[in-house]
Design a protein. Structure first.
Length: 239
């Protein structure tokens, strides 16, 4: 039965890549979860504009060292995500509605690496994240979430949707490209420049490669404008 459903939506199949990780930090320009990010020599560790404390470094992707099939898709440079974890005296996540794209308490950017900053020190966070270097990628097939299928005009019966969910399509966990796994409804923001829909880049799940939970076992997504590749956003939703 699952094979019949997958055949029905075979024209929508995409590749997704699951990160292979090793404990430890690696080089400044490496793709990684947490650790030391690449910072250019004219900048300091990013701070939250609300509390003015350093933001936790979540993710770095060297766009020119991703799987070759994706390199033209996301542009050049280094993609980074910083997110404020401060809750003293108030939680910046709540104050900024950080589950919504373009929140003030997060920084999602692509930078052009120049001269690296010297002597980068990771701030002393109350709950520091252990670094994991991304050393490779495992390619998998991925299919749209049934919410996306509905918006694409593909009608599935309830039992067909149940088969896709039982087979874990779209894939959960951390992944590059493919289709987002939506906990609630689809949340594709629009580019601030051209107003076109931003597309899925990377998924960060709860407590997988990072010791952090998005609300109640939620899932977060980085999106990017296909035309203005420096325009990125992050949003998350939970049960």
């Amino acid at each position: 039965m699952l094979e019949k459903v997958l055949k029905k939506i075979a024209h929508l199949k995409r590749s997704t890549w699951l990160p292979k990780v090793e404990e430890g930090d690696g080089g400044l320009s490496d793709s990684k979860f947490a650790g030391k990010p690449w910072l250019n020599n004219d900048e300091e560790w990013p701070k939250c504009p609300i509390c003015e404390n350093p933001m936790q470094f979540f993710l770095q992707l060297n766009l020119e060292k991703l799987p070759k099939e994706t390199r033209d898709q996301f542009g050049k440079g280094i993609l980074q995500m910083f997110y404020c974890m401060n809750c003293e005296p108030d939680c910046c996540e709540v104050l900024a509605n950080a589950w919504e794209p373009f929140a003030k308490s997060e920084l999602i950017r692509v930078i052009e690496p120049k001269e690296p900053a010297e002597g980068i020190e990771v701030p002393k966070f109350e709950h520091p994240f252990p670094s994991k270097r991304i050393v490779g990628w495992e390619e998998k097939d991925d299919y749209p979430h049934y919410y996306d299928l509905h918006n694409m005009g593909v009608k599935l019966e309830a039992e067909e949707i149940a088969l896709l969910e039982a087979a874990h399509y779209p894939l959960e966990g951390e992944k590059l490209a493919g289709y987002p796994y939506w906990v609630q409804s689809p949340e594709y923001p629009n580019c601030p420049i051209c107003k076109k829909r931003m597309e899925f880049v990377f998924q960060i799940d709860s407590e997988k490669n990072l010791p952090h939970m998005w609300g109640d076992v939620g899932v977060g997504h980085i999106t990017q404008c296909p035309e203005h590749k420096t325009q990125l956003a992050f949003g998350w939703a939970c049960h």
